[in-house]
Design a protein around this ligand. Sequence first.
Ligand code: F6P
Length: 326
Amino acid sequence: MSTIKSVGLLTSGGDASGMNAAIRAVVRGCIYHNLRIFGIRRGYQGMIDDDIEEMQSKSVSNIIQTGGTILKTARSMEFKTAEGRKKAFENLRNRGIDALVVIGGDGTFTGARIFGEEFDFPVVGIPGTIDNDLYGTDYTIGYDTALNTVVEAVDKIRDTATAHNRLFFIEVMGRDAGFLALRSGIASGAEGILVPEIKTDYAQLNHFLENGFKKSKTSSIVLVAEGDEIGGAIKTAEQVVKTHPEYDVRVTILGHIQRGGSPSAFDRVIASRLGVSAVEALLTGNRGVMIGLSNKDIIHTPFSQAVKNKKALNPQLLELTNILSI
Ligand code: F6P
């Protein structure tokens, strides 16, 4: 029998589409299980500032289809200090909150792990980031929506690239990980995909591009993850133009457009599942874990592993690019 009666909920770090669907699932999951649920605004900073309000079922009506996060988000420097975390703990205690659900990425889970250990406090996490870079889950909330946004944008750029016989370098988000670049590159038929996990082979990239133009391809698209070792699409373009000044090159940086918008059906469904599973995990005595999806099943991964272990890009997808861009 669980002793938990009252749960705090926050979103932290970079927002991702589908976070609202996850908030809705946690709130309704708590109410279904007769728990009180408190929304904490602006992530860990709101916990320190006591920016906390009890939520009802109707607090999450009509949000499953919206991007952003109704709880707002922040990256709190104060929570990195012991005094900040103590203030946050006291605020939770004064309100009778005895467990936490946090939605976010690796920074969020690092904070969750430290806080949980420091105060022996039950915390579970839900993966929400467009980067999909968390070990312990096949998909993070927001990744699928961002993928679709990128593919739609690249399709549009392809039209103008073809009209002008141009080579485009398109930068997508992914400070440390190439999941977004890899999958959206395959889905949009990119001629090249550059990711932080693999050092760029410029000879090979040039070979693909030269081959393409020789075979009178009317456009070429290279997707570059922002964290690629050279430093993004502008620098990559400059590098390629050095050897091929004859190419008509343009650069597009998609930027934060990738973070917003109405979540895809896929993101809404995984957010709903992960949200309810997070509440159930707390009720069955789990703590210090991220709730993830593996081959369609719900799994739990300790925060320390979710953050520290590197999730690998699928080598079969990497190989696909080489085959398909001939
Ligand atoms: O959401 C993750 C991410 O998109 C990274 O890929 C990117 O580097 C970062 O967030 C940028 O976020 P912000 O502009 O909020 O600092």
